[in-house]
Design a protein around this ligand. Structure first.
Ligand code: ATP
Ligand code: FE2
Length: 326
């Protein structure tokens, strides 16, 4: 069985094709890179509209399959930016109708977990999901993926991207700051903000920008932001693991590619006799393969959606999805 998934919740549009053993046959992405300022939803949607058909062709070519070999079509139903979601949903509906195949709307956050479970040996992890717009600690409990902790303001990736942008560094800021941080050494005072299992990052952004204006080096600032923000994330992840009694931790989202974050969480896991799992980088960032795999799991579990049920949901919550496939 083959499922083709289309992702498009924010600045990335992607098409992935997976089979029933979670083998990724194709995973093609294309990303809007704003010249200045943040991402504009309408511009991103226009970009996705232009990119989606070429990406579909590219993915089918990469997988060496004919469109007719696709058994199920899945798409990212939310959460995300309205115009982007609608563009991708329209493309997915058109494809499913043209091929006369079932169409399944997938929760983007759930897809980050499922691709991790599908491509690493973990079984029942706590997921630390760290991307641009999202920062959540998620775990399976009583039939649903539940959010145990989350950011109270901006996502961790957003902190990194915004700080980088204000300092004139290119987008996305996360990888640039990771490189700079490796050359930093002074731990500067930034607000460590953990409330129970929740975190807040906007205070770090304000304080870091003030220190920049006061002449601190980008290297030391990148280093300090990583040390403080990642320690906060590690702390809440550990608290969730202790609270729910799970001994696996999975990373997901673009920021999961960061080696320092991986190192901190690995150390925490080791200290508590737990195990860390990190999916390959191209499956950590937003991608179509994770949507395809989750759509396939849902389809196999008997989930069906009428066309009317495929409306997008900008605020689609992780725990709204009834997880019938595990
Ligand atoms: P979502 O819609 O899930 O909120 P997103 O569109 O921001 O996500 P991702 O592709 O998961 O999506 O992640 C992008 C983020 O990951 C950006 O903020 C980027 O700076 C960050 N990032 C990528 N690589 C690294 C890295 N090596 N270190 C830190 N951050 C990174
Ligand atoms: Fe994401």
């Amino acid at each position: 069985m083959l499922c083709l998934g289309i992702e498009g919740t924010a600045h990335t549009v992607g098409v992935g094709i997976v089979d029933e053993s979670c083998r990724v046959l194709a995973n093609e992405i294309d990303m809007v890179r704003p010249q200045a300022g943040g991402i504009h939803p309408r511009e991103a949607a226009n970009h996705h509209a232009d990119a989606v058909v070429p990406l579909l062709r590219k993915a089918l070519d990469a997988a060496h399959v004919d469109p007719s070999a696709v058994d199920v079509v899945a798409f990212s139903q939310g959460p995300g930016l309205g115009p982007c979601l609608r563009t991708v949903a329209t493309a997915a509906r058109a494809l499913a109708l043209a091929l006369d195949r079932p169409l399944i709307g997938v929760n983007h956050c759930v897809a980050h977990i499922e691709i991790g479970r599908g491509t690493t040996p973990c079984e029942d992890p706590v997921l630390l999901y760290v991307s641009g717009g999202n920062t959540q600690v998620i775990a399976f409990a009583r039939g649903r993926y539940r959010v145990f902790g989350e950011t109270l303001d901006i996502g961790i990736g957003n902190l990194l991207d915004k700080f980088a942008r204000e300092c004139g560094l290119p987008f996305p800021g996360g990888p640039v700051l990771e490189t700079l941080a490796a050359a930093g050494s002074a731990l500067l005072p930034l607000p460590y903000s953990v409330k129970g299992m929740d975190v807040a990052f906007s205070g770090i952004l304000t304080a870091a920008l003030a220190l920049r204006r006061a002449g601190r080096t980008l290297e030391d600032l990148a280093f300090s932001i990583q040390e403080i923000a990642f320690a906060m994330l590690t702390e809440v992840t550990e608290r969730a693991m202790a609270h729910i009694g799970k001994d696996e931790v999975l990373l997901g989202g673009g920021v999961a590619r960061n080696r320092r974050l991986q190192g901190m969480v690995a150390r925490m896991a080791q200290d508590r006799g737990a195990r860390l799992f990190v999916p390959p980088g191209d499956l950590c960032i937003d991608n179509g393969a994770m949507i395809a795999w989750t759509g396939l799991l849902m389809h196999r579990a008997g989930v069906t959606m009428r066309l009317e049920e495929t409306a997008v949901d900008q605020r689609f919550r992780t725990d709204e999805v009834e997880v019938t496939w595990r």
